[in-house]
Design a protein around this ligand. Structure first.
Ligand code: ADE
Length: 225
């Protein structure tokens, strides 16, 4: 999978060198490129924002700069993800859908967001015909300083679903039982008793069918089912 992210703070993406995602890049499963939006400005001040038409507080990111940055990244079947608190809420289902994409482009807005024409422009028929899809996505109902952290969250949730990224793919199979909410049960490891607290007896029984039943009962109860 190819991933591009456009941002005015490329350093935010340093954690992508770590852990499983770092390894997946070394193994060639993932190719991640971070682009500095300011390199696509054409004025001496490298300005990326301007005051909003109609007035109001804050600044809006300029469509021209975003257009220059995004044009060269667009290829057939690209998925353009515009991070905004006004977008559709990201969840496991969307992660699974996006894990099937061959190319994700994350547009990380700051300030009051990106000029609305950018999303509209790449949503036009001529792009849709090439399989290019635009989505506005939020990672939750709260306002972040910008889309960078949101992009990191999405990249982690999506890329761990790619074949070869996670050491033990069995953990993905268990997660795939999730339809709504998360099917998770409590986990325990040694010692059997810690500070007077014992591990549930059934987990020591060796009866795998009974353990599976107990786990799914607990998980369903937790999920409110
Ligand atoms: N930018 C600011 N807040 C955001 C959020 N909650 N999700 C995605 N992008 C954002």
């Amino acid at each position: 999978m190819d991933i591009d992210a456009v941002t005015i703070f490329p350093d935010y993406f340093a954690p992508l060198q770590l852990s499983l995602i770092g390894k997946a890049q070394e193994n060639g499963i993932l190719d991640i490129a971070i682009h500095d939006l300011r390199e696509f400005t054409d004025d001496n001040h490298h300005s990326v924002d301007d005051t909003p038409y109609g007035g109001g507080a804050g600044m809006v990111m300029k469509a021209e700069v975003w257009g220059e940055a995004l044009d060269p990244l667009m290829t057939p079947n690209s998925d353009l993800i515009i991070l905004t608190p006004a977008g559709r809420i990201f969840d496991q289902r969307m992660a699974e859908e996006l894990a099937n994409s061959s190319h994700l482009i994350f547009a990380c807005g700051r300030y009051e967001g990106i000029d609305a024409r950018v999303g509209e422009y790449y949503s036009q028929e001529s792009f849709a015909e090439q399989g290019i899809k635009v989505r506005e996505v939020s990672i939750g109902n709260y306002v972040l300083g910008g889309g960078e952290v949101a992009a990191l969250v999405m990249i982690e949730a999506i890329t761990r679903l790619l074949p070869g990224v996670i050491g033990n793919p069995d953990s993905l199979v268990e997660e795939s039982h999730v339809e709504d909410g998360f099917l998770e049960y409590p986990n325990y490891t040694k010692p059997q008793t810690w500070r007077g607290m014992a591990v549930p007896e059934i987990l020591l029984s060796g009866n795998h069918a009974a353990i599976a039943k107990w786990r799914s009962h607990i998980a369903a109860t937790r999920a409110g089912g």
